[in-house]
Design a protein around this ligand. Sequence first.
Ligand SMILES: [Zn+2]
Ligand SMILES: [Zn+2]
Ligand SMILES: [Zn+2]
Length: 151
Amino acid sequence: MYFNILILIISFVSMEAIAWLAHKYIMHGFLWIFHKDHHRPGGSAIEHNDFFFLLFATPAIICFLIGFKELSIYFWIASGITLYGFTYFIIHDIFIHQRIKWLKKTNFAYLKAIRKAHKVHHKHMAKEDGECFGMLWVPIKYFKEAKQHAN
Ligand SMILES: [Zn+2]
Ligand SMILES: [Zn+2]
Ligand SMILES: [Zn+2]
């Protein structure tokens, strides 16, 4: 059981790295056309950007299909990917972009830092330049800033 939980955690953490790479090199790369409208103010209810959820869901679905019968390692990898996708949606789409009006106010420095970093990412409208491509991994300076403002 501990081994399975470990696999789930490794899968979850790896997803942050994969999401960072995908955001920097794919979404701001050859699939920029799908991500472009996410960098424009006042986007629509459904963004092209949502296509990336499908892209990330596909490996999870495949792993679930392979692993669900025996609850093999694939099942736990799939669980990690799904948990990450869920967390990403809550933080990025609800907490930061308020696609559903919920969780607007927070006193947690960590959450404030995540939001600040992502707002900095959105300051860049173009494909080429950018910073803060990650989500849960926050540069320490934003964390320090958020803590200072809290006191
Ligand atoms: Zn972006
Ligand atoms: Zn973005
Ligand atoms: Zn965003």
